[in-house]
Write a protein that binds this ligand. Structure first.
Ligand SMILES: Nc1ncnc2c1ncn2[C@@H]1O[C@H](COP(=O)(O)OP(=O)(O)OP(=O)(O)O)[C@@H](O)[C@H]1O
Ligand SMILES: [Mg+2]
Length: 122
């Protein structure tokens, strides 16, 4: 899948100034990208925009565009968003369901009733 921020800004309702300002970033299918920066610079905020916590669970003001597979993320319902993007937390011992990242990924696919044959193609 592709992820593209176009002149994207986000301000938490609780803050006066935007946390993300004019972000332009394209991540193509298969690319691995490391986002680094000082504490409080907005790395987690950027991740939450990609996984849909922003705006579905965390409120604020957005401008510009975030395209997921070319689709405007703001037009996606939460369920469609979660089907596109998964989150692996840094503390693998505190994963959602399974004991490993692989088990958690399998759990999501089982819930979506994706046939095993299709999973092995990936
Ligand atoms: N839910 C929230 N409501 C209001 N402000 C928030 C919220 N979450 C984060 N912030 C603020 O947004 C800014 C960016 O925080 P964020 O957590 O994205 O930074 P970070 O780069 O991930 O930091 P760290 O390296 O410590 O994880 C900080 O000023 C933080 O206080
Ligand atoms: Mg963080």
């Amino acid at each position: 899948m592709s992820i593209e921020f176009k002149n994207f800004s986000f301000r938490y309702d609780a803050l006066v100034n935007p946390t993300l300002k004019g972000v332009n970033l394209r991540i193509n299918k298969g690319e691995k990208v490391l986002i680094i920066g000082p504490s409080g610079s907005g790395k987690s905020t950027l991740g939450q925009c990609i996984n849909g916590l922003i705006p579905h669970a965390i409120e604020g003001e957005m401008s510009g565009e975030l395209l997921l597979n070319g689709k405007d993320s703001q037009s996606l319902k939460l369920i469609a968003h979660t089907e596109l993007v998964g989150t692996v937390l840094q503390d693998t011992d505190s994963q959602f369901v399974g004991l490993t990242v692989g088990e958690d990924i399998a759990f999501a696919l089982e819930n979506q009733q994706v046939p095993v044959a299709k999973c092995t193609q990936w």
